[in-house]
Design a protein around this ligand. Structure first.
Ligand code: MG
Length: 316
């Protein structure tokens, strides 16, 4: 069972939500005027202690949740943190303080507060964060609002975290990340909070955050909208250094970047002639189509076997 199938099964058994609210199946749920999401980082599934510091872990655990709020157009307000603490670096003096200091710094930068949580002993370390955000008066931006003919755009660039993971896992030479930018993208992602708010205000039709790879998440947005998507691989904006790592892995750079994970950029659907809001770097990477499915152009370059992040740090 893949992750999408598991989520569909859970959704069938989790009970309903109040009229007007949004339950399972978007980046965040909607309860009244509040967006709420939960994402967790699991040791040896999402991170390894060999290449993650306690501060990195704290930053990223909050960042991935703020990214989900951003994808709804919500302004973060508060987060609660569950820490299941296994043996390892967090037992060192100062480590838990460093983890929460990093989380608090990101929270402050994004206008929210860490207001509670829970702790437990555990066999491995797991950090789960529940984040809440205030929705704009216009309501949440959903995945399912795209229209056939809309432009598919992405903020910033993609592929850096996947390239950083390949380097940290030893699949690509460390010399391909001389300034550590790829590693920073993997360990300290910057959620697109202000951009998500601006895109919601601009009235974009649909939005999703890019956590499992551009191609896979674009496909989710399209499917939620009852549509398909054509991706223009030559238009995929590669982060600096990504092409070199992709070539070292024997991969097509654009296909590698489009199928990597953990970019935490925003993928949006909007009319092709709509201007990008001020300060939001939008790159058009495709078109929403009435025909369902994900197609990449030129055909044959995006291997379906490489489509998306499988939530295993050992994957090449
Ligand atoms: Mg998401």
């Amino acid at each position: 069972m893949d992750e999408d199938e598991l989520v569909r099964l859970i959704a069938r058994h989790a009970g309903g939500v109040a009229p007007g609210d949004v339950g399972i199946g978007d980046d965040a749920a909607v309860v009244g005027d509040t967006a709420v999401c939960h994402d967790m980082l699991v040791q040896d599934v999402h991170f390894r202690w060999t290449w993650t510091s306690p501060a990195d872990l704290g930053h990223k655990a909050l960042a991935v949740n703020l990214s989900d709020l951003a994808a709804m157009g919500a302004s973060p307000t508060a987060a609660v943190v569950g820490l299941a603490m296994g043996p390892g670096p967090l037992a060192e003096p100062g480590a838990v303080a460093a983890m929460y200091d990093a989380m608090a710094a990101l929270a402050a930068a994004c206008g929210c507060a860490i207001v509670g949580g829970d702790t437990s002993a555990s066999a491995v370390t797991v950090v789960g964060v529940t984040a809440l955000g205030r929705l704009p008066a216009s309501g949440a931006v959903r995945r399912g609002g795209a229209r056939a003919g809309d432009a598919l755009c992405v903020t910033g660039s993609v592929g850096a975290a996947a390239a950083g993971l390949a380097v940290r896992e030893g699949h690509a030479p460390a010399g391909l990340d001389p300034d550590g930018n790829l590693e920073t993208a993997l360990l300290r992602p910057t959620p697109r909070v202000a951009e998500g708010i601006a895109l919601a205000k601009a009235g974009v039709h649909a939005m999703i955050d890019c956590s499992d790879g551009l191609a896979r998440d674009a496909g989710r947005l399209a499917a939620a909208s009852g549509l398909g998507v054509t991706l223009d691989l030559d238009a995929v904006p590669l982060a600096p250094g990504v092409a070199g790592v992709a070539r070292a892995l024997g991969r097509d750079p654009a296909a590698f970047a489009a199928s990597g994970g953990e970019d935490y950029e925003l993928i949006v659907a909007l009319p092709g002639d709509a201007p990008a809001p001020d300060g939001v770097p939008l790159v058009r990477v495709g078109t929403l189509t009435a025909e369902p499915g994900v197609r990449a152009q030129p055909a044959g370059r995006l291997d379906p076997a490489h489509l998306g992040w499988r939530h295993r740090v050992g994957d090449a």
